[in-house]
Design a protein around this ligand. Sequence first.
Ligand SMILES: *Cc1c(COP(=O)(O)O)cnc(C)c1O
Length: 364
Amino acid sequence: MQFRDLHRQYAAMKAEMEQVLLQTAASGSYIMGETVSDLEQQLADYVGVKHCITCASGTDALRLALMVWGIGTGDAVFVPDFTFFASAEVIALEGATPVFVDVNKEDYTIDVDDLTEKIQFVEKHTDLRPAAVMAVDLFGCPADYSKLQVICKNHGLLLLEDGAQGFGGSRDARRACSFGDIGTTSFFPAKPLGCYGDGGALFTDNDDWTSLLRSLRVHGKGVDKYDNVRIGLNSRLDTLQAAVLQVKLKYFDTELDAVNRVAKLYNELLQGKVTTPVLSPAVTSSWAQYTIQSPERDNLQSRLKAANIPSAVYYPRTMSQQQAFAELRQEPCLVAECLTQTVLSLPMHPYLSDEEIQMITTTI
Ligand SMILES: *Cc1c(COP(=O)(O)O)cnc(C)c1O
């Protein structure tokens, strides 16, 4: 059994995929091009925003958003303490200060009450300029954006949605990656919509930011790539990855239905045995991970391993506990720290069979 079975996914779309892979190989054009701009239009339509700008990874997408906003030294960016390292890393990489915020125990997204307290603390007691909130759609669940939008408006903050795990999910009938002033996603193979390497994208309704992003991803190009008007990055999406994503996008809604069916079955079969995810009724998750909580986590994980069932701890450390952030010395986020001890992610993908789910839940 696989944690996320990419072989079965490949088998499900093999003929069509092999055709586009060979076509692209034979085309002799491998970076950007029409396939990439077509994909950007399809992704923007899917998410329900005006513009999609693809780039080389989900990490670059976050970094590019901060670059467009001119966020750097002296700026505070509020980010959940419980997330993948890249969310907080890019803030520090741009010279700004990540301020870690606790998360909800039920759905793992940013705790809006703690966010308000942290913003007030930075406003009153530090020399930092509160600049932006980066909310993360952790494990596929969009954060509480109606509340986040109000908080950001009241405090004059920009809102960045890290939808690396959230692509395909929705909240109040709006799709993930459409909630922030800019939303980003990742096409890393194991994400809800994955390609066959690295890739990422930004989503926004803002025309000016879009032109700036299209320049920044190609060395700050002006009229052409040998006219460089600002400092940028090399962060383009390969044509091959765009072609792969176009095929995968055709199967994506069916896959979303499938992971939601898996999650429902897990919830039913694990009810009362371990803590299962509790999502707001307004939310549809893209189930990047199906994550349970148990005080017996380590024991549970070794029993699963003995039965050849893969599982994973996302995440074993909070951001404040990472050595890379040791010098920030921020107050501990108690829920986040507790979660590092109790969370366990189970096999989750659209091709998981009922028999496999039965076997996993029986073992638990
Ligand atoms: C995967 C991930 C990223 C980074 O995406 P890459 O494409 O691997 O660079 C950022 N944030 C979160 C929450 C992620 O899960």
